[in-house]
Structure formats: C-alpha cells, structure tokens
Ligand binder design. Structure first.
Ligand SMILES: Cc1cc2nc3c(=O)[nH]c(=O)nc-3n(C[C@H](O)[C@H](O)[C@H](O)COP(=O)(O)OP(=O)(O)OC[C@H]3O[C@@H](n4cnc5c(N)ncnc54)[C@H](O)[C@@H]3O)c2cc1C
Length: 353
C-alpha cells in the first residue's frame, strides 16, 4: 500500500463528498473542533444543492420534529434520533447564524431570503475557509480501505489520505452530472454492506394524453392528486401543485404521489389528478427515469447502519450520511433536512467518542 500524504498526522475524520451532507458535516466538525478534511469529486462544492427548488433551495420546513417524522415516510423510525437532535428549527437557527437571512413560506417551507441556493453554498464555503477546514475539490475518491489496527486509507487518483474515521456522504444516483454517481454505494458494497436497489423518487409521470401535453409549461398551484389501489381504495391524497409537461405530469402533488406509488410497490393503480377545474384519471403511469429524480429511493441498507451513531455495523469507524443511505422524504425541504440531520448525528457521535 502507498504511503499516505498525511501519514504522520492522520485526519480525525475524512468526509467523502461535499454536497449537502458533507458540507454540513464539515461545519459541525469545525464547531466541535474535530479535525477533518473534506474531499469532493467536482470542481466545486454543493453542485446538487445549487439545483434545489429551481435554484432557490428549500432547505428545510419549519415544523416540529414529530410532524417532520410523521410526514417523512418509511425511514421515519430509523431517522428519528437524528431528526430529534437536529430538528428543522435548529437548522433554521444555524442558517441564520451564518448571517443568512431566511424566508418562511405560508406552509413552513424555508428558503434563503434572496431566493438563491448559491447563497447557501457560499455560506458553507466561507464558514469552512474561516474555520480552516481543508477542502479538496476536483478529487474523486476511488477507494476506502480499512487498515489493520484501525483507521482508513482514502484513495484518490493522485494520493492517499490516512484518516481515523470516514464519513461517506456521496449522495444518491440521480443527476449524475452533479457528481453523485453511486461511488459511496459501491464502496459500501465492497465493504460488505447491503445496497437496497435504486428507484426514482419525486419525479414526473409520463402520459401522452393531449389534455395534458397540450398544456405543457402550465403550472397549477391549487392542484390535487389521489392514488387508488387496484381495489379502488384511496391510498394517498395530496393537495399541491400540478404541472403539465411535454412528457406528462409533474409538480409537488405528482412527485409525492409517485414516491408513494414507488414505496408501496403498486403495480396496478389509478391516479386522479385535479387542476383548473379538470379531473382526469390515469392508470399505471410510468415514472420518468432515475437520472432525473429529485431523490434516489434505495442505497446503503439501514439494517447495516446504527441509527444512534450513523456508524456502519460492518466496519468500525465508517459512517454514512445523506442520500447515499436508503433514506428519502417528500418534497418540501425534507431531503436536505435528512442530509443535515444524519450528517450532524455522525459527526457528533465521532466527536463524542
Ligand atoms: C432538481 C432537484 C431539486 C431538489 N430540490 C430540493 C429542495 O428544494 N429541498 C430538499 O430538501 N431537497 C431537494 N432536493 C434533494 C437534495 O438536493 C438531496 O437530497 C441532497 O442534496 C442530498 O445530499 P447529499 O449530501 O446526500 O448528496 P449530494 O448533495 O448529491 O452531494 C454528494 C456529493 O458527493 C460528491 N461525490 C460523489 N462521489 C464522490 C467521490 N467518489 N469522491 C468525492 N466526492 C464524491 C458529489 O460530487 C456531490 O457533491 C433536490 C434534488 C434535485 C435533483
């Protein structure tokens, strides 16, 4: 094995991935005085964060942790400890403490006041610089190798880094141009973790029905979608935006319905869609491809990660946070909140050891 560049002074923590979870983790590590290094595949931090909410970044929802966990779906029980320790209101306070004015929408969704996701990414970048956290960009990690006697080698094309602990925060697999290409899941698989198969979450549904496609580009804020199972029973009902697209339907009501259908593994269903006094019913619509999904359903199995610490149950000192895990939530700031809360949990448990 090559000698690592920091052999004499291994990092306390190497964070692999500088997206939402990785940047937040590095900020918490700085607050806790835990020496860390952040390694990011792309030339800049937070490429996916920059895309969130059409570049506006709906970073959390101003609700209680209990309401958050009620809404979030299948991962609620596993994520409960992380969310209770880093609830939405703490995230809002943290953002304000970064001198970032925030704006609350009537339904509780939170945005930076200037409506720019770039403000969020810059705030994290500035904080990490001011706190002296080394950030290595343009540097894909190619392997995470446990060492005999503890600790890891974090391998890159150019050099190896030694670290006592590693946090994998490499994201899901959608929008691969943002850098999240499934590397973390591959490292996890190589180290003996189960990977729950990927499916698209929060994505449009395809139909060539002219009543929809002829309205492509129109958005209807007062929409609604209802999902019925094969027996006709209503199993999901959501009031929210419905958008018409050239491929079919999108918008919050459609995204949340699609995510419900995917989690419930409904093969036979119908979906009733309301907008602009129209009520249309469709059967078994196909989801758009995974690469366009807002979130990846699937990833590192929660069975293999301790929810009290975010540490792997397979490899000591290896931690996971964010979308690389099999966690996902509805639209409305839930997914960034899950990334932040799991990142905080991981770093606090390392710092507290
Ligand atoms: C279009 C769109 C809009 C969205 N809007 C919202 C929203 O408004 N609110 C919300 O809550 N959620 C939203 N989401 C979801 C949210 O962006 C993600 O859930 C969140 O970014 C996940 O954070 P993460 O840190 O786990 O992964 P990411 O933010 O994807 O970060 C992973 C990082 O790891 C890096 N990486 C990957 N592999 C390696 C490697 N081998 N070596 C080093 N670095 C690596 C990547 O380059 C990337 O920077 C949206 C997603 C999309 C696609």
């Amino acid at each position: 094995m090559n000698k690592s560049v920091n052999e004499m002074r291994p990092a306390g923590l190497a964070i692999v991935g500088g997206g939402a979870a990785g940047m937040f983790a590095a900020a918490v590590a700085a607050e806790r005085k835990l020496p860390c290094v952040l390694v990011e595949r792309k030339a800049r931090l937070g490429s996916k964060v920059l895309m969130t909410a059409n570049g506006r970044c709906n970073f959390t929802k101003d609700i209680s942790p209990e309401d958050f966990l009620r809404d979030v779906g299948p991962c609620a029980k596993w994520a409960a400890a992380a969310v209770r320790e880093c609830p939405p209101r703490q995230i809002i306070r943290g953002f304000k403490s970064l001198n970032m004015p925030v704006r609350r929408m009537a339904d509780g969704r939170m945005f930076p006041a200037d409506g720019k996701a770039a403000t969020v990414v810059h705030a994290f970048g500035d904080l990490l610089r001011d706190e002296g956290v080394p950030v290595i960009t343009n540097c894909p990690v190619t392997g995470i190798i446990p060492r005999e006697g503890g600790g890891f080698i974090v391998r890159t094309a150019g050099f190896d880094l030694a670290a006592a602990n590693v946090l994998v925060a490499t994201g899901g697999v959608s929008y691969p141009k943002t850098g999240s290409v499934g590397d973390g899941q591959n490292f996890a698989r190589q180290l003996g973790h189960k990977i729950v198969p990927y499916r698209p979450g929060l994505i449009g549904l395809e139909t060539d029905d002219r009543r929809i496609t002829s309205l492509a580009g129109r958005r209807f804020e007062d929409g609604r979608a209802k999902v019925m199972d094969a027996s006709g029973r209503v199993v999901f009902d959501y009031r929210g935006e419905v958008d018409c697209e050239s491929f079919g339907l999108s918008g919050a009501a459609i995204y949340n319905s699609q995510r419900f259908i995917e989690h419930a593994e409904l093969k036979e269903y119908s979906i009733e869609v309301w907008f602009a006094h129209e009520r249309l019913v469709f059967r078994n619509l196909r989801s758009r491809p995974l690469k366009e999904a807002i979130v990846t359903i699937g990833g590192v199995s929660l069975d293999d990660v301790d929810p009290r610490t975010m540490e792997s149950r397979k490899v000591k000192g290896l931690y996971f946070a964010g979308e690389v895990l099999d966690v996902d939530g509805p639209t409305g700031g839930y997914n960034l909140t899950l990334a932040f809360a799991t990142a905080r949990k991981a770093v606090c448990s390392i710092a507290g050891r």
